[in-house]
Design a binder for this molecule. Sequence first.
Ligand SMILES: C[S@@+](CC[C@H](N)C(=O)[O-])C[C@H]1O[C@@H](n2cnc3c(N)ncnc32)[C@H](O)[C@@H]1O
Length: 191
Amino acid sequence: MSQQDRDKWNRKYREKLKREPSFDPEPNPTLVELSTELTGGKALDIACGLGGNSLFLARLGYEVTALDVSEVAIDYVRELADREGLSIHPERVDLEQVSLPEETFDLVVDTYYLDRGVLQSAQQGVKPGGLFFMETFLKTNVGGKDGHAPVRDAFKLNPGELREIFKGWEMKLYREDEEAGTVSMLAVKKG
Ligand SMILES: C[S@@+](CC[C@H](N)C(=O)[O-])C[C@H]1O[C@@H](n2cnc3c(N)ncnc32)[C@H](O)[C@@H]1O
């Protein structure tokens, strides 16, 4: 991650919060659908952005580690968590530069952030019997996710790729949506 990319995310979030100073970040809708599978413990939200998933998980009773490279995002997540007294530990990190702890989390969540190296180390961060939720862009010949700016292919998974990366895990949900250009997965690490 270059300084330029970090500046880009900071600028994007600063502008968003200037337009909407009380912005209430929403969790990922597919993650919300899967609420009954989310039974608490330690969670890791990688590339958490403004914290919609982190807040949702903390409200469900998880103790959440929320990581992002943007200090603007991390400061905002900290402010919202403090306001509600939620158990969220926000930290500004470049995920390309840190190593994640192994077999520590009951749940790892990654929405719309794709770095295949980070993904591999995030997989190792899940405890045996723990869960991994991922949703991101999929390469398709059809459309793209409504309302999103065009996304470079480098930030998209190939059809079947996520299933292959999680070979050996039990799939609770695996959905490639060609129309939306997204892939969603909830997988359990066999223990
Ligand atoms: C498309 S946003 C997704 C945010 C959130 N997960 C969501 O679904 O709303 C991508 C996020 O990845 C973060 N990011 C990009 N590169 C990163 C890196 N190397 N380390 C940590 N965070 C990074 C950005 O700051 C941004 O918040």
